[in-house]
Design a binder for this molecule. Structure first.
Ligand code: PLP
Ligand code: ZN
Length: 500
């Protein structure tokens, strides 16, 4: 819809201005730094950073109904820069001029309610939010849209040129980084570091297809991350891991979309999210907190972070109930089907610790929980979800398995409505599905396939045919008719079809 056709009183709000006073803020020593350069850790104390808008209080002056209308009406505007994560411009990048925004179709992903059968089976009312419907098929595109828009902004304003963007990845970060960097070539190029044989073939195909330089590194993700950190400390490169606080900002759009899709009624809502490097759960907490502080929502949803027992450092940290007794200990990861979350030393742990405290305090009682699931449950629930019309990846299966655990331990109550983060598309992890169907899991995965969830193609070989068609020898005439008839009969027999 054209701007002049919106109600007069809302028109002046619809196209956001460049505003705010955005700085990097250190989580260790609270030092603040100008955003005119790329910064990942505090030059003074080495701690991790978050972005802060020091002028945030101005947003509280806009009445909450006006905010709600701004976002709702913005949905109808046909301005590409406002169709993705920057619909929430004032909250995730108020200093960003719209002409710097890179929009490749990210965000605005659907929440799909589980069918009655699946809701009965689980005993809860729930939705999947399908992050696999982002352009590179995972939620990582939200943060990349933010980080690359910011890089584009620096390039446009002459503060940066010839950028080499680098990241370490469990697969999806590199797919996303390579995609967004490719859009900005030749001014921006990308190089990605992947743990050798620890990403799926589909995930490997993505940065290769986008033209990135792809390095395979021996070891696991945590080893790649250390190499990338060394690169970003010693050389002139742009780091695109979630250590980069711009990534977190873009990913906050996930929370804003959920609030908006429930018409801002966040009472009795629960968000379940798998934890890997812990950037996503950081962004989700931060997003809801900001909408709460601006008065746009009245309640903070419960948030449940899920980890596999094969990669569970955050879960273990919170096992200790007394905050002063908690110590963070990295874990040695074991093979996991939730491979995108297979991280033993998550970069965003200090952010999580900081935000969990703030979130629980603002909520008035514990509102962030952590749960652990087994590999078997992840696979079983992923396949069960997808047999009921979903497109959940293994990490999405982890979310559902986490919900089942949370129900058992009483974290989720009867009146709660749950949103499960299906963080990527099922297709990216088709290899684990095949291992399950063909009973090929090595013992260290600790997964025994259930017959009822297995599936396999059936080759139809009708009896009594002298010839069958092939690509170079198509059949004709009587031979072809006989082939069609016999094949149809063979299928009808297998399916027990009744003649009509
Ligand atoms: C990156 C990723 C995760 C983990 O998210 P973090 O922000 O690293 O905690 C989970 N699932 C998928 C599909 C991912 O790509
Ligand atoms: Zn510091």
């Amino acid at each position: 819809m054209k701007l002049e056709n919106f109600p007069k009183r809302i028109q002046k709000y619809l196209i956001p201005n460049v505003t705010g006073h955005v700085v990097y803020q250190c989580l260790g020593c609270e030092a603040e730094y100008n955003i005119s350069r790329l910064l990942y850790t505090c030059p003074a104390c080495g701690s991790i950073l978050l972005l802060e808008d020091l002028d945030f209080d101005r947003l509280k002056k806009v009445p909450r109904d006006t905010w709600r209308q701004i976002f709702d009406y913005r949905k109808m505007l046909n301005i590409p820069a406002l169709r993705g994560i920057y619909r929430y411009h004032e909250f995730i990048g108020p200093m960003m001029p719209l002409d710097a925004v890179i929009y490749l179709g990210e965000g605005y992903t659907p929440m799909v309610e589980a069918n009655a059968y699946l809701q009965d089976l689980v005993g809860a009312r729930f939705y999947f939010k399908n992050e696999g419907q982002n352009p590179s098929a995972s939620f990582k595109d939200r943060g990349m849209a933010s980080a690359l828009s910011y890089i584009n902004f620096l390039v446009n304003s002459g503060k940066l040129s010839d950028v080499l963007a680098v990241c370490a990845s469990t697969g999806d970060t590199s797919a996303s980084a390579a995609l967004y960097a490719a859009y900005l070539q030749p001014g921006v190029k990308s190089a990605v570091l992947l743990p050798h044989k620890k990403v799926t073939p589909q995930q490997l195909a993505q940065p290769l297809g986008s033209g990135a330089v792809v390095f395979e590194i021996p070891g696991v993700f945590d080893d790649c991350m250390k190499v990338v950190e060394a690169l970003s400390e010693q050389y002139n490169v742009a780091l695109l891991n979630s250590k980069n606080a711009w990534r977190i900002w873009g990913q906050e759009s996930y929370s804003y979309e959920i609030a908006q899709d429930f018409d801002y009624d966040t009472d009795h809502k629960v968000i379940v999210v798998p934890i890997g490097n812990a950037g996503n759960i950081t962004a989700i907490m931060s997003g809801f907190l900001k909408f709460f502080e601006a008065g746009i929502i009245d309640r903070l949803p419960k948030i449940i972070g899920v980890q596999s027992s094969h990669a569970n450092p955050v879960y273990r940290y919170y096992l200790e109930p007394r905050p002063e007794k908690r110590t963070f200990v990295p874990v040695k990861v074991r093979p996991s089907v939730a491979q995108a979350a297979m991280i033993g030393n998550p970069v965003s742990v200090p952010r999580v610790i900081h935000l969990v405290e703030a979130y629980n305090e603002k909520a008035g009682s514990q509102a962030v929980f952590f749960t652990e699931v087994e590999e078997q449950a992840i696979m079983d629930w992923q396949l069960t979800a997808n047999r009921n019309g979903h497109i959940a990846c293994t990490q999405g299966g982890e979310s559902l398995a986490g919900l089942v655990e949370a129900k058992k331990s009483g974290i989720v109550s009867k009146d709660d409505i749950i949103v499960l983060d299906a963080t990527a598309h099922a297709m990216k992890f088709a290899g684990f599905q095949a291992m399950y169907f063909e009973d090929r899991f090595p013992p260290e995965f600790e997964i025994t396939p259930k017959k009822s969830l297995q599936n396999a193609p059936r080759l139809v070989q009708p009896k009594g045919l002298d010839v069958v068609p092939s690509a170079d020898k198509p059949l004709e005439g009587k031979d072809f008719d006989r082939f069609v008839q016999r094949t149809a009969e063979a299928i009808a027999e297998k399916l027990n079809l009744k003649p009509r």
